[in-house]
Design a protein around this ligand. Structure first.
Ligand SMILES: Cc1cc2nc3c(=O)[nH]c(=O)nc-3n(C[C@H](O)[C@H](O)[C@H](O)COP(=O)(O)OP(=O)(O)OC[C@H]3O[C@@H](n4cnc5c(N)ncnc54)[C@H](O)[C@@H]3O)c2cc1C
Length: 486
């Protein structure tokens, strides 16, 4: 089979390009060596944000594009994306009030905003927003960005791509590709050769490995791997708001309410030289994040409060910066298209937030190499399950299926939106959904994930299609592993 586009990598960028291209009528194949979102795209801070700190780095193009995406994505996936209020405490001796005010003024005005609140200066004394903080914090600012279930956004991109005709295969590594007669002939590990008119290298941290190892090519652009880690602690404070904490080293660290019972603390910027994959938090990063949180919080976080951590590699476009914290967060493409030969577009950098726009730009760059196809269409297009107003949908789900109970109805509405109906079908009790593996995760839900969302192993389910790994007991997880055979 000859595909128009072969995409390497099932992270946010590869899946967003697959969705966009399939919707334009192109024939698309995407291969992912492990699970969807098993690379960087499940290890982010999970914010759809403009990136307040990037203003200091004069990244106005990126901030403008990212800010504009916030409301668009909020409307397109209201189940997995929701507004999040941030509190930025002013710290004497760090950024002065006028500078914070100026930054937030720009943040408020760099892109159109209808649903998200603008910034305000607030007193932290006698205010619930200031209650978790040490007494020395008198004033701060509030502003809004959005929360996103990052790995679910990846899967919804893939699902939408599939429903528009793309073929997505997980557990499939591209090992080699060569150019022949104006086409790519690609070898997939353990599989047949496939042909494509154009290749997209969206391998994230592996982007250079694919260029040099699989394509035997060279790129004028290079990737800079920067590790970032997060801690998950038992809930450190009450309230639905997050904190953006300024560090004396000029960096910022977020503390964010997470999965109802926890607080997420992150992140770090650590230059990384090794092979991509399998990264984990170091003692030094744990100390750094704990110190950062404890500098601000009245009730300090102790080692015993930490229940989980995760790390990922930012596949940044190497702009030659000396300091890992200031390497550009914007994306760049390398389009290698020698006269008469099939093209490959390699993606460097990119955020969860900007993946939809990145996909549009990638297809603009590839347009002349592909058969005639449709125009950009994803602006305003809803993701699977997002065709509803969230609060109304939750009320109706609870009313129609009272047996779910409030907590499970909320979890299912958040995870699947209206797609939950597909496995709840005619169920009148939880018993109708088959075996309950714990936390209301039933055989019916598992079957839906396996048949529709490419879930093959227990970790796919526990840590990427959901975060049930934080909630299910070791025994429950063991039983799920035994049932799924791995
Ligand atoms: C700590 C941290 C915090 C972040 N926070 C945010 C945030 O809050 N908001 C935001 O918008 N962005 C954030 N980001 C940025 C964002 O997460 C990344 O830029 C994005 O996930 C990169 O996606 P990707 O698709 O390029 O790479 P990946 O998600 O890594 O996907 C690449 C995929 O390619 C696959 N692959 C590699 N080689 C092959 C091969 N030969 N064959 C088949 N498959 C292959 C890999 O298995 C992998 O799944 C953060 C990043 C980090 C690290």
């Amino acid at each position: 089979m000859l595909y128009d586009l072969l995409i390497i990598g099932g992270g946010i960028n590869g899946c967003a390009i697959a969705r966009d291209a399939a919707g334009r009528g192109l024939s698309v194949r995407l291969v992912e060596q492990n699970d969807l979102a098993s690379g960087t795209s499940s290890a982010s801070t999970k914010l759809i944000h403009g990136g307040l700190r990037y203003l200091e780095l004069y990244e106005f193009r990126l901030v403008h594009e990212a800010l504009a995406e916030r409301e668009l994505l909020l409307a397109a996936a209201p189940h997995i994306i929701w507004p999040l209020k941030f509190v930025l405490p002013h710290e004497k001796g760090l950024r002065p009030v006028w500078m914070l005010r100026l930054g937030l003024f720009l943040y408020d005005h760099l892109a159109r905003r209808k649903r998200l609140e603008g910034s305000h200066m607030v007193s932290l004394k006698g205010n619930a927003l200031g209650a978790p903080l040490r007494e020395s914090y008198n004033v701060g600012f509030t502003y809004a960005d959005c929360w996103v279930e990052d790995s679910r956004l990846v899967v919804l991109n893939a699902l939408d791509a599939k429903e528009r005709g793309a073929t997505i295969t997980v557990g499939t590594r591209l090992t080699r590709a060569r150019r022949e007669d104006g086409r790519w002939i690609a070898t997939l590990e353990g599989g047949p050769e496939i042909e494509a008119r154009a290749l997209v290298n969206a391998a994230g941290p592996w982007v250079s490995e694919v260029i040099e190892g699989a394509l035997h090519a060279h790129s004028r652009k290079h990737v800079r791997l920067v590790k970032g880690s997060h801690l998950v602690a038992r809930k450190l404070y009450e309230g639905e708001h997050a904190y953006i904490l300024q560090n004396p080293d000029g960096r910022i660290v977020f503390a964010i309410p997470y999965e109802h019972d926890f607080t997420l603390i992150g992140t770090t910027d650590v230059p990384y030289e090794g092979a991509p994959g399998g990264v984990s938090i170091s003692e030094a990063e744990t100390d750094y994040l704990m110190e950062s949180a404890n500098h601000f919080l009245r009730k300090p976080v102790a080692r015993g409060d930490i229940v989980w951590s995760y790390s990922g590699l930012r596949p940044l476009y190497d702009d030659g910066s000396l300091n890992a914290s200031v390497v550009t967060r914007d994306y760049a493409f390398d389009l290698d298209a020698p006269e008469g030969a099939a093209p490959v577009l390699s993606v460097f950098g990119g955020k969860i937030t900007t993946a939809r726009r990145l996909a549009e730009h990638a297809l603009d760059d590839l347009r002349d190499f592909l058969p005639p196809h449709g125009e950009a269409w994803t602006q305003g297009a809803v993701f699977p399950g997002g065709d509803m107003e969230f609060d109304e949908y939750l009320v109706s789900l609870k009313a129609e299926r009272p047996f779910l109970g409030d907590a499970l109805a909320l979890r299912l509405a958040r995870a699947y939106g209206t797609r939950a109906e597909r496995f709840l079908k005619a169920a009148h009790s939880t018993a109708d959904l088959g075996r309950d593996f714990g936390c209301g995760f039933t055989e019916a839900e598992l079957r839906y994930l396996a048949e529709n969302e490419w879930a093959r192993k227990a970790d796919d389910v526990l840590w990427r299609r959901s975060k049930l790994g934080l909630h299910m007991s070791a025994e429950e997880q063991g039983a799920l592993r035994a049932f799924m055979g791995g």
